[in-house]
Design a protein around this ligand. Structure first.
Ligand code: GDP
Length: 195
């Protein structure tokens, strides 16, 4: 995909704020600080359209980014951050669950994982929940630049095994820092929005 235009659209707190132009949507889920904003910025080759922050859990809404007139990236709040209240967590969970189950324009969920570490319990729960509901997932293992290439496959296998990656779901290597995997991830996204 050649990105000519990328624009932040809205930080939505509920369905009435979601865009209504029916463009396909690619959602991004993952733990706080895993590198979701950086991944979006790398995909569109912009330094900081998506806000990267060192304060985990700061993103509390569904952040919509429009890419050309082709699709939206929908950035979810990062999960697994202890300091948010239980009520807040439940509210986010409810909103996200509803979005995932009811949003007709949703084409693919990118589950972002840190290549260096085995998936967390929250990652496993998220993946199992998505699969339970038959949602299409692509697992993206990011921060690949942080470990030597010779260990990539070993780490990929740990992630694949821990998640019990289902047939048909891709596991892709990525680095926002080094640009690794960008073209492959665009190819993957395109294959989900074209049908
Ligand atoms: P988010 O909370 O998931 O949006 O995470 P951010 O995109 O803000 O990234 C969290 C931290 O990880 C920041 O300090 C980023 O610079 C760093 N980071 C993100 N992706 C990469 C990557 O691919 N390689 C390296 N080395 N650092 C990364």
């Amino acid at each position: 995909m050649k990105v000519n235009q990328a624009e932040f659209v809205i930080s939505a707190v509920g369905p009435n704020q979601y865009p209504d132009d029916a463009l396909p949507e690619i959602a991004l889920a993952g733990r706080s600080n895993v590198g979701k904003s950086s991944l979006i910025n790398r995909m569109i080759n912009r330094k900081n359209l998506a806000r990267t922050s060192s304060t985990p859990g700061k993103t509390q809404h569904l952040n919509y980014y429009r890419i050309n007139e082709d699709l939206y990236f929908v950035d979810f709040p990062g999960y697994g951050y202890a300091k948010v209240s239980k009520t807040q967590r439940q509210a986010w969970g409810g909103m996200i669950e509803k979005y995932l189950l009811e949003r007709e324009t949703l084409k693919l969920i990118l589950l972002i994982i840190d290549l260096r570490h085995p998936p967390s319990k929250d990652d496993e729960l998220m993946y199992d929940w998505l699969k339970h509901h038959d949602l299409p997932v692509c697992v993206v293992a990011t921060k690949a630049d942080k470990i030597p290439k010779s260990r990539w496959q070993k780490h990929m296998k740990i992630i694949r095994d821990a998640l019990v990656l289902r047939a048909g779901d891709q596991l892709m290597l990525f680095s926002s820092e080094a640009g690794i995997g960008r073209d492959e991830l665009w190819e993957q996204i395109n294959s989900f929005i074209e049908d």
